[in-house]
Design a protein. Structure first.
Ligand code: KG4
Ligand code: ZN
Length: 373
């Protein structure tokens, strides 16, 4: 990695000694949904260890995440996951400069497990602690690693400000990311998130949980014009989303299918559903680019993040939209799109660099809009 690709973190008044000698090392912990994850990342953008324990197999038979099961599974996994991360990085807790953990939003039982583990480590070692907003983890991780299209090859740093499509299982928002802790909401869903729509449609088709990856895969062999899914709100201005109409249409189409669902039917259904989701995202993003606040900020890069950012059709459509508007397009690598500890460690480092550390007890929050940061 060349020097210009490395983000120079100004350690400010927090602990300038540490950074002048070597990069700052952060242990990041994520436990807000169904992944127990810990990562060790340094301020030179090296991911020294990244352990993700996915609970998906435990929730699959219920067709979605069961909060009580998730909380219990986090309790059972958290110590081992943290210890594995330290061992993999060949570090002890003494080598860590900052502890960061998700403090919300998310399933509160799980958030509590990770946050209490982090608080315990920070208190017993006297190390600084950062309370990371999970959405901020998704929003900032493209600055740790992103592949940028129509420009440079390989990894490059995404500079502020950027226009972000944050699409996950729990959220669907267009944000103007001006800096660390500076997120302007340009549009958001009025009902379901994009990930939820994928998961629910997959469930209707009997494709299991999580729905995104399998619908994405099925869509590749289907006809996107086979079913006329609606494009809610696309005939109106603004940047908000609505996916509930697409979901209702899915239910209506399926209720009319009086034969057994063939592979061809399912593939066509997935392709048509996905085409509607992609059209909505592109329509809303195109409006966002015309938004006065966005035009004034003139972001150079269009970025996608969150679990749904793994979607190949969404990535390519956004890349085309960016090129059309003379913007760069950037997306994190696949393993940094869905929930992971590296994004929390990185957001921890970025917050630490600007002095946003915890000075008094913090209560984890099930709801915590980014705009409240
Ligand atoms: O960010 P994430 O791991 O969890 C939340 O913070 O919510 O996102 C999980 C969501 C799930 O809804 C999953 O179905 C969706 O991301 N997802 C995808 C794909 N891979 C995962 N959606 C569309 N296409 C994909 N390839
Ligand atoms: Zn997430």
């Amino acid at each position: 990695m060349t020097d210009e690709k490395i983000i120079q973190l100004d350690m400010g008044t927090v602990d300038s000694n540490v950074h002048s000698v070597r990069p700052t090392v952060c242990l990041g912990i994520e436990s807000s949904c169904d992944e127990t994850s810990a990562a060790i990342v340094d301020s030179d953008r090296n991911v020294l260890a990244h352990i993700i324990y996915s609970q998906i197999p435990e929730h699959q038979k219920y067709g979605g995440v069961v909060p009580e099961l998730a909380a219990r599974a986090h309790i059972l996994a958290i110590d081992a996951v943290i210890n594995q991360a330290l061992a993999k990085a060949n570090k002890t807790i003494d080598d860590i400069d900052v502890i960061a953990a998700t403090a919300g939003p998310g399933l509160i039982g799980g958030v509590l497990v990770g946050w209490m583990a982090a608080t315990g480590i920070a208190q017993s070692t006297g190390k600084p602690l950062v309370a990371v907003n999970h959405l901020e983890g998704h929003a900032l991780v493209p600055r740790l690693r992103a592949t940028m299209a129509n420009g440079a090859d390989g990894d490059v740093v995404v500079d502020f400000p950027y226009l972000l499509m944050l699409a996950s299982g729990g959220h669907c928002q267009i944000l103007l990311v001006r800096g660390v802790g500076q997120y302007e909401l340009i549009g958001q869903t009025l009902d379901d998130s994009a990930g939820e729509a994928y998961d629910k449609v997959a469930k209707m088709l009997g494709l299991g949980y999580p729905g995104g990856p399998v619908v994405d895969m099925r869509a590749k062999s289907g006809n996107p014009k086979a079913f006329a899914f609606p494009r809610p709100l696309c005939d109106k201005g603004g940047c908000d989303f609505s996916f509930s109409g697409i979901k209702t249409a899915a239910r209506t189409f399926l209720s009319k299918a009086n034969t057994e669902l063939t592979d061809e039917y399912i593939n066509d259904f997935c392709a048509s559903f996905q085409a509607a989701v992609v059209d909505c995202i592109i329509n809303r993003l195109a409006n966002a680019m015309k938004d006065e606040r966005v035009r004034m900020a003139a972001p150079k890069t269009l970025v996608v993040a969150g679990g749904v950012a793994k979607n190949s059709a969404i990535r390519s459509a956004m890349e085309r939209l960016a090129a059309k508007n003379k913007m760069l397009f950037a997306a994190p690598p696949m393993n940094l799109c869905t929930d992971n500890g590296a994004m929390i460690a990185w957001a921890g480092l970025e917050n630490y660099a600007v002095g946003r550390v915890v000075h008094e007890p913090v209560a984890p929050r099930p709801r915590w809009p980014l705009t409240e940061l």
